[in-house]
Each structure stands twice: as C-alpha cells, then as structure tokens.
Design a binder for this molecule. Sequence first.
Ligand code: AMP
Ligand code: MG
Length: 322
Amino acid sequence: MATRFELVLHGEDPIFLQAVGEEVLQEIERLEALLSPYQPGSQIAEVNARAGEEPVPVDPQVFALIQQAVDLSRRTGGAFDITLGPLLQCWKLSGDKGIPPSPEEIERALQYTGYENLEMDAENYTLRLRRKGMWIDLGSIGKGYALSEGVKILKTWGISSALLHGGTSSIYALGSPPEEDSWKIALPKPLTNPEEETPPVFSKVFLRDQALSVSGVWGRGFWHQGKFYGHVIDPRTGWPVQKALLSAVVTEDATIADALSTALLVLGREGINYLSNWPKLQALVYLPRKEQKEQEESADYLLFSSEEGPSVFQPILGRKVA
Ligand code: AMP
Ligand code: MG
C-alpha cells in the first residue's frame, strides 16, 4: 500500500499490547501480499495477469472484498471503480512526460475499464476480467480493508481502546482514550494549491467505534499549463477529478469509509445524493473555489448525515453550504 500503518493501544499490560500490535501489523502485511497488484504472485496480480483468459480462483476473503467493491460501484453510479487500472496507467505514463494523455489514449483506456466486465463466480470463488489489458487496483479501498481486519484482531484479544491509521488518511478509532468520550482527530484545511505551507486545522472530528477516511485531489499527480492533474480519476470520463478539494467519510466500517471518500471526491456535491443508502454515515465535502463562487459566494463545505444526531465533524474554519 506504499504507506505507513501505526497504532496506539491502551491497556494494563504493555507486553501483551505489544504482541497484539505486532499481530495486527503482520496481518496487514499478509493482506498486502494477497491484494497488491504490484506484488507478483499476489492473488490480484494473478487475476490481472490472466485477464482475457481463464477464471482465477481466489481466497473467499479476497472474493468478498471484490464483491463489496463491485457493490460500491453500483451504488455510486460507477464513480467508484476498482477496474480503472488502465486509466491510472495511462495518466501515470503521461504524467511522467508532463502532459495529459490524448483523447484517443483516454478513450482506449476507458475501453479497458469497467466493473461490468469483471466476472465473479460465487460458487467457485473465481474472478475473471473479460478483456486482456484490464486490471484491478485496490488503492482506494485497501487501507480501509486492512484497518477493518486489524480491528477484528484487536477485538478478539479484548482490546477496547485503540487508534489505528494507514497513511493518516484512513483511521479507525476503537472505543475512546481512558477518561475521554472519544478520539479527537484534526482535519487540515485543504490546500488551495499543493505548494502551500502546512495548512491550519480546518475541522475537529470526534470518533468512537468509527472509521474516518479522507481523500484529496493533491498528492500524486502533475502540473500542466497551470492545471493540476491528480491521482483520483472519474472512471466515467477518464479525467482526474476536480469537483471537490477534499472529502471525508465517517462510518462504522473502515472499508466502506475508504471507498466512499474516494467516490465522494469524484462526485463532489452530487455525491451526497448517494449516501443515504448507508446507515450511520456522515460525510464532509470541501468544494473547490470555482464552484464556491458559482453556487454561493462564501461557501466552503457541505455536511451530510444519514441519521439524526450530533455531527462528528466540528469545523472551526470556513463556512457551511446550506
Ligand atoms: P484514496 O486515497 O482512498 O481516495 O484512493 C485513491 C487511489 O484510488 C488512487 O491513487 C488510485 O489508485 C485509486 N483510484 C483513483 N480513482 C479511483 C476511482 N474513481 N475509483 C476507485 N479507485 C480509484
Ligand atoms: Mg479511499
């Protein structure tokens, strides 16, 4: 996952906690070896290598994750799609040259993208990509999944207070710190450009037995003629997204939080309409400046909650869009 995982565990016995923590990190490494398309021999690398050929048997656990990812694609109108490997590759190659791909190159990559062309056999636990050249990338969901599996281990060992994160963008808060009601997370203000200094805290987030996932347009990507082309791509158009600067999702399931924060970054404001399908979900979308001007002069962010109750997000900067 090309990132760093860390965890904080509370409890009486440091030696026991250390052992449990190590077991969690080992499990995350095992999942990486199973799921990374970049590790030759991983089950996903195998599915990709045999695209257009015969179905590939995978572990029931891997099958269930892919099934969940496809379900998320359907429920987000295709904004989330793990089969966009060829598009990522297309943008990566052109990024290395510093220019966007041609419309023809994007069109070609789009022809090899689409979860509808992923065949799943739930009886035999096999996966098959229909066309040679298709490939699965789990960059949008793998960290959240690793956290979900790590939390299961913590619970098995009776740990009731812990904080885990992968790359600071995927977080799970188990219980609360001793003597406190919740874990407190600081969400930085989205940068208006990636060269800006370290930004101030934009919102506090209060979590208890909840996952938080944050997606942003900056990070990997490149500039061309004053425009930034980032690493989150709209699988429907083939272009890097720009409808939101940042999206954050809080829910009980870290896998879903991870996938939906990526989907929300693709969908922007419109993404809010898809979220009521998930119970106990809260989300924040930070709009880019252009849209803020068009919609409402002073607006910065949108908040959503699928249920009544207090918001986990407590912004201290910016203004909320009605
Ligand atoms: P995240 O940081 O969780 O939002 O995930 C971003 C990563 O997910 C990117 O670096 C790509 O590997 C992958 N990705 C980009 N766009 C999409 C998309 N529309 N659907 C699914 N995965 C994507
Ligand atoms: Mg994600």
